[in-house]
Design a protein around this ligand. Structure first.
Ligand code: IPD
Length: 269
């Protein structure tokens, strides 16, 4: 049975809207219940858990056959798991540290994948109200405005966003790569929410974004938004974007930035 991608998109818009409202409006209460995960930088609040529950329950109610991967609760197998099954990938709050500190740069990120291919992506910033959407082959939009990616193709003129893993030793090595890149690019930004970083490339607010050690829920939806805006999104040495590297840049900048990161030792990070 073929899947109506528009229906998936509408469901994702609805559920990220509900979750975004919950997250935004429960911040005062949620940040009094904070746990750490892999390190003191890797935090989870009561709102992460409540928003994930809301979206998972909504997906299970609307589409019980689908599979779901959530940052906080892991894998949920649907009733129809097999070829052609829709698999949702959810980050209830991407940018949890920003959320904790009241920095208005965090998002609810929800993507749908079929047979390993990302087909729908929604990234919602509940504070600014901006909603980024994409359907495979249908373009990328912010609040209905078509996104066309950044224009700059020279590294020396490129504003490059990045992020850091939670492991402290990795962070030290990631800092060395940033130190090498800084004199070669226009400047570096570390906003703290990978999904929004990818959407920022899609709309040309930055020229590129890269990060090593990132999780599927961080880049699934934003990666599709960027791709559909004409941005090249890929990983290390021609591999798909993944834990080794997520690199997003205009096609004419991509190889230069990729090769520069390799020369600077990104593979040792
Ligand atoms: C984190 C953010 C951050 C990135 C980290 C992610 P989380 O996601 O996207 O910008 O640098 O790698 O883990 O933990 O806030 O959902």
């Amino acid at each position: 049975m073929s899947v109506d991608l528009q229906q998936l998109l509408e469901l994702a818009i609805d559920l990220t809207g509900q979750a975004g409202t919950l997250v935004r409006d429960s911040r005062d209460r949620a940040i009094t219940e904070v746990d750490t995960k892999s390190s003191s930088t890797d935090v989870v609040t009561a709102a992460d858990k409540a928003a994930e529950r809301l979206v998972v329950d909504g997906l299970l109610a609307a589409r019980p056959g689908d599979a779901i991967l959530g940052e906080e609760s892991g894998d949920h197998a649907g009733t129809e798991v097999g070829a052609g099954t829709v698999r949702w990938i959810l980050d209830p709050i991407d940018g949890t540290v920003n959320y904790l500190y009241g920095i208005p740069q965090y998002a609810v990120s929800l993507a749908a994948q079929i047979d390993g291919e990302m087909v729908v992506g929604v990234v919602r910033n509940p504070v600014s109200g901006e909603v980024y959407t994409a359907i495979r082959g249908g373009g990328a939009y912010r609040d209905g405005i078509r996104l066309t990616g950044p224009g700059r193709t020279e590294l020396a003129q490129a504003l490059v966003a990045t992020g850091f893993a939670y492991d402290r030793q990795r962070r030290a090595r990631q800092a060395q790569v940033v130190a090498g890149l800084l004199p070669l690019a226009r400047d570096i930004r570390r906003f703290g929410a990978a999904a929004l970083d990818l959407c920022a490339v899609a709309e040309g607010r930055v020229d590129a974004y890269y990060e090593r050690g990132i999780q599927p829920w961080d880049h699934a939806a934003g990666g599709l938004v960027a791709t559909e805006a004409g941005v090249r999104v890929a990983g290390l040495r021609g591999a798909p974007a993944g834990r080794e590297l997520v690199l997003a840049a205009a096609p004419a900048l991509f190889d230069t930035l990729h090769d520069t990161l390799v020369e600077l030792g990104i593979e040792k990070v």
